[in-house]
Ligand binder design. Sequence first.
Ligand SMILES: Cc1ncc(COP(=O)(O)O)c(C=O)c1O
Length: 387
Amino acid sequence: MTSLHSKLPGVGTTIFTVMSQLAQECGAINLSQGYPDFDPPPGLLDRVEFHLRRGGNQYAPMAGTPALCRAIAGKTQALYGREVDPAEEITVTSGATEALFAAVQAFVGPGQQAIIFDPAYDSYEPSIRLAGGEAVRIPLLAPDFAVDWDRVAHAINDRTALIILNSPHNPTGAVLSAEDLDTLALLLRDTPIKILSDEVYEHIVFDGRTHQSMLRHDELSLRSLVVSSFGKTFHATGWKVGYMVAPPALTAEFRKVHQFCQFCVVSPIQNALADFLQSDPGHYLGLPDFYQQKRDLFRRLMSRTPLQLLPARGTYFQCVDYRGVSDEEDTGFARRLTRELGVAAIPVSVFYQHPPDQRILRFCFAKDDATLERAAAKLAGLEPVSA
Ligand SMILES: Cc1ncc(COP(=O)(O)O)c(C=O)c1O
């Protein structure tokens, strides 16, 4: 037998797959993986059906259909006040995952470093390693999970090629502020460092906050690759359609990778998204309210459990501190919760390189109200540990 040299030793099946499988085996309510249990808007489904039957089923242009790129440019201008050239600054990708992967391959090389923040979305580090680079991980700490910019300043050096930011943040629901962006701009001034900004939850921010997209910032937008996901925005995570917005020179490099790892993205869905973005901007404009109602319901229901709710400022995730219930480490506790109580969640330690001494689980509340009610009723059965 020939010997096998893994390029990603130590990487196993993602926790999302593991917990979803366990939930299925146990017949548990699955609040672990981040996807809605409701359908995309009917008007969008009608447009998909229309385009499937109309015959636009062959390869789309490599960068995306012109109509969808124009619709994305319109949305970018309307939301963030930034005019972008649909032909040179927008690329439609196979989900945000492909955009993130291709951007890392394009901008991180052997011997270079990329700064990421723990807890970090699980695709970042393997992408960096496959590019031959090194991930430098800076922890974000509970309960606010804010970025410690002094630590970032200390981490930056001549080998730093990229900083990957994610706001609104999965798994913690933390959001960057306008001051964060100004601080970052100062730190990066006179450096060639690029920003890869994972903004897949751009439309899910609460309590009247404004999403601080890198696209809003005159200085940072010049060095930023901004990623979004139609899966998150249109309750259609299974479609795996997302996009990248970046200045022309960065887009040109990004497309050199995109064209060989994906080439182009499913045509009828691109055409349908182009139509729907134009005809129904109310869908994404209404998402903050839609998800805030779910967050508020879930928090109200969960306040009847002995779990302590952490702040939830954006995304469709709610983190809880379960120290009042158990001191068990979180992967074991999450499994036990799934098997014994019938509710699956994600242990937050798996998003860290060096998990801090905390006991936190992440629940996804992108579910029907009845599902959230059933889950919270089960969690209300948890016994507080006596002092
Ligand atoms: C922070 C973050 N980035 C990227 C993705 C991947 O998005 P997509 O499904 O569009 O590839 C997700 C999905 O959960 C996510 O939470």
